[in-house]
Design a protein around this ligand. Structure first.
Ligand code: GLN
Length: 200
């Protein structure tokens, strides 16, 4: 539909539906991206949580990995949550053998840094870029950002100082899942970047 920002959700594996539903409530025209032509049709992308090793393998098998890298280097806005943050990181610790990422965020992340699924937790985060109201963040076997390079900016950290949200240009990477705690502000930020870059 004319005037609606067209945003993709990488739909190879993970919690695709939750992101799609949230983006739709924000007025986006949402495309499930599994093929390069679907990627080419969108002006922004969400990489969901799930399992980064699987998203990596499938994106290469489906011929999407290089087109996504190209889109990132051309400035396409991308929001990566949890496994999606891993996919955006330039460097990954505790990766499996041969695991690759799309890259773009000048950070080092560590997979599964918060332990097992049963050790999932919620935290209230202060994210200055999003205003006063705390972010309710759900952590589910998420990565932690071990180091933030010069090109990237920290958006949020836990009370113990561990970095869990970063931004670099049009890329946002989160260790947690905003889409399951009803937190829409990161998706709004993505849509704002899409509207700026696509001129919608
Ligand atoms: N542990 C997963 C991985 O390494 C990420 C978990 C998640 O996305 N909820 O990809």
């Amino acid at each position: 539909m004319a005037g609606k920002p067209k945003v993709g959700v990488l739909a190879l594996q993970g919690d695709v539906r939750e992101h799609a539903a949230l983006l739709e409530t924000l007025g986006a025209d949402v495309v499930a991206v599994r093929r390069p032509d679907e990627l080419a049709s969108v002006s922004g992308l969400v990489i969901p949580g799930g399992e980064s090793t699987v998203i990596d393998k499938l994106s290469r098998a489906f011929g999407l990995a290089q087109p996504i890298r190209d889109a990132i280097s051309e400035g396409m806005p991308v929001l990566g949550t949890c496994a999606g943050l891993i996919m955006l990181a330039d460097s990954v610790l505790d990766a499996i053998d041969g695991q690759q990422t799309f890259g773009g965020l000048d950070v080092v992340v560590r997979r599964n840094a918060f332990g097992r699924q049963t050790e999932s937790f919620e935290a209230a985060l202060h994210v200055a870029a999003l205003g006063e109201e705390p972010v309710r963040a759900a952590f589910i076997r998420g990565p932690v950002v071990e180091s933030v390079g010069a090109a990237a900016t920290t958006l949020a950290a836990l009370d113990d100082g561990r970095v869990v949200a970063v931004e670099q240009g049009n890329l946002i990477g989160l260790s947690f899942h905003p889409e399951i705690s009803g937190e829409a502000r990161f998706h709004r930020r993505l849509l704002a970047a899409v509207e700026q870059t696509a001129g919608v």
